[in-house]
Write a new protein. Structure first.
Length: 608
């Protein structure tokens, strides 16, 4: 499939944005009624063309307010910027405002079309170009090209198109992995087709006939037809302007989401980094606990800005904030948003979503967590969240957590489906219950539930089941609301007594030492070890070397922690935590390799 890129047009009013798009594509980008009557299309308010084997789309929004509302489709919706700057007027307030927007979107590639160059003399044009280049050179843009265009010279537009294609080639590749997601920017019904929605695909790949979930309704809908650049297509992918025919969608509207992610979460607010622009006509600030217009995705909302410690964010400053919205919204990780000032009504700040509001419920502990997320230390952030929420917490889907491609497996955190909880907490609960069971020989259901009461309600059942599985291997049975050991054969009783002895003294690691402690012969002790090994209560490390499953699990867990902390581990590092002889430590270290989590170099073990 051809490479697809989307350029967002920007620039001061009457500097020629729509004229440029019209001359490049031969299409008037503002033909809503005509296009609705014609059928399914992707260029409702947009225009595009094919050039040098690429599909190039333009988000052309001639009106100033419409630019703010539509351009914030997100950094994954717009790949590059096409600025129009009038050579006679130069940089104007809206040029500055639009550059602020482009920078907020995280866009780094831009082409600057200098228009009306035939209306000034050569000296004035040189001066104008110098000022324009100084302005854009002082921005966060990393890849900038400049092209002079004249309305009556078609060859200048051909040069502009070549430069756009060259810039497009330098853009990063489209992100096709992960879930498909599209935010609806237009929705309408076409006679004979039914409901049609348009938007820019944020991520993933979609095929004709696939099922998507229509949010916020939560209803499954089938994609009957796909169009990309006016043409029917079997497939749509990230960064493409697409139209989807979804006849069974119920009253789709702007701001809705179509995705194959089954568990997107709508939120009352989100945590974000927020920066007040310093490139403004006059200094501005964001005040704590004040409500501002918020533009995010394809929606215009109102958001109360909560600043930790109160106060305000001044021009040029960037702080972590909580944005409490006037209605529920479905944000995704790293989604960009804009804030408009109240008076004058200009865009004064831009930000990036860092965490769902439900992930960090206590704002007083949010700062350290957000700093880790902001720096890309996702595993450390998840560990800290687990520490601050020992009862457990529900994970949002990857696209809302840290992005689809992020590995979030973290040592010390257990996952039960979408629920996370501290390994230390669960281990402590199970150990406490196990100790009580061995002391009293039986437990009531209420005694078990009392120990589980600290956990999130959705975690109680899976942790209880894990505990029961563990003790059932020891011969206990949960029946009629009570947990007690069923009547065992004498051999089984002795084997479990041997297990208790090994738990209390890890040095009893072979049949000879165990037989001596039990007062039996080595052949019988060997049978006990085989019985316990078959039930995974004891692990055979090497020939005639055995340890309990609890000791091995503790050793692996500590090895992971040490490797994360120090970068690598050696036998001497583990000896500091386990008072065991070398004949046990060496085979235990070998077990680390068998977990698949470590690689060995120069006698040191590193996490993969």
């Amino acid at each position: 499939m051809k490479r697809s890129v989307v350029f967002g047009t920007a620039g001061h009013i009457d500097h020629g944005k729509s004229t440029i798009v019209r001359n490049l594509t031969g299409k008037d980008p503002d033909r809503l009624r005509e296009e609705q009557e014609r059928g399914i299309t992707v260029d409702l308010g947009f225009a595009g063309l094919e050039h040098n084997g690429m599909l190039i789309s333009f988000v052309d929004v001639p009106g100033h307010e419409r630019l703010v509302k539509n351009m914030i489709a997100g950094a994954t919706g717009i790949d590059g910027a096409l600025f129009a700057v009038d050579a006679c007027e130069g940089i104007k307030p809206q040029t500055e405002e639009h550059l602020n927007i482009i920078e907020t979107l995280g866009i780094t590639h831009a082409v600057v079309a200098v228009t009306k160059t035939d209306l000034i003399n050569e000296s004035e044009l040189c001066s104008s170009m110098e000022n324009i280049q100084l302005f854009f050179g002082d921005s966060l843009l990393e890849d900038i090209s400049y092209v002079k265009v004249q309305r009556d010279l078609p060859e200048t537009y051909a040069s502009l198109l070549d430069e756009l294609a060259a810039t497009a080639q330098r853009l990063p590749g489209n992100r096709l992995e992960g879930r498909f997601m599209l935010r609806v920017d237009r929705a309408f019904a076409v006679k004979g087709f039914g409901n049609v929605v348009t938007g820019t695909a944020v991520s993933g790949v979609l095929n004709r006939g696939d099922e998507l979930i229509h949010y916020p309704a939560g209803k499954r809908v089938r994609v009957k037809n796909i169009q990309v650049h006016d043409n029917d297509s079997q497939r749509a992918e990230a960064h493409q302007r697409v139209a989807l025919n979804v006849p069974d969608a119920s009253e789709p509207s702007r701001g809705d989401i179509l995705s194959d992610e089954a568990e997107l979460s709508s939120e009352e607010g989100f945590y974000a980094s927020l920066k007040v622009f310093d490139r403004l006509p006059s200094p501005a600030d964001i005040k704590h606990n004040r409500t501002y217009p918020v533009y995010i995705g394809t929606e215009a909302l109102e958001g109360k800005i909560i600043i930790p410690g109160g106060g305000r964010i001044r021009s040029g400053e960037e702080l972590f904030v909580f944005v409490r919205l006037n209605r529920r919204y479905t944000p995704v990780f790293a989604e960009r948003f804009l804030i408009r000032g109240l008076s004058p009504q200009i865009t004064i700040a831009g930000g990036k979503v860092l965490a769902m509001g439900s992930l960090i419920p206590e704002r007083k502990v949010a700062g350290e967590i957000l700093e880790l997320i902001h720096n890309g230390s996702f595993k450390e952030a998840l560990s800290l969240i687990s520490e601050k929420r020992p009862e457990g917490f529900r994970l949002p889907p990857p696209i809302q957590l840290f992005g689809d491609e992020t590995d979030i497996s973290v040592s010390g955190i257990l996952t039960y489906g979408k629920l996370c909880v501290s390994d230390t907490l669960v281990s402590g609960i199970i150990s406490s219950l196990t100790d009580k069971l061995r002391t009293s020989s039986e437990l009531s259901e209420s005694e078990i539930n009392d120990e589980l009461s600290i956990l999130h309600s959705s975690l109680k059942k899976p942790v209880k089941e894990e505990f029961l599985r563990k003790v059932e291997a020891d011969g206990y049975v949960f029946k009629n609301g009570r947990l007690k050991r069923e009547k065992l054969e004498p051999f089984e009783e002795e084997a479990l007594r041997a297990l208790d002895i090994m738990r209390s003294d890890p040095l009893l690691s072979n049949r000879s030492l165990l037989a001596e402690r039990l007062g039996t012969d080595e052949k019988t002790a060997e049978k006990y070890l085989v019985y316990l090994t078959n039930r995974e209560l004891v692990i055979r490390l090497a020939d005639k070397v055995y340890v309990t499953a609890e000791l091995l699990n503790s050793f692996v867990s500590k090895g992971v922690q040490e490797a994360e902390s120090k970068g690598s581990i050696e036998l001497k590092d583990m000896r500091e935590h386990f008072d065991l002889p070398r004949k046990l430590l060496v085979p235990l270290m070998d077990q680390l390799d068998k977990t698949g989590m470590f690689i060995t170099r120069d006698k040191k073990r590193f996490l993969k």
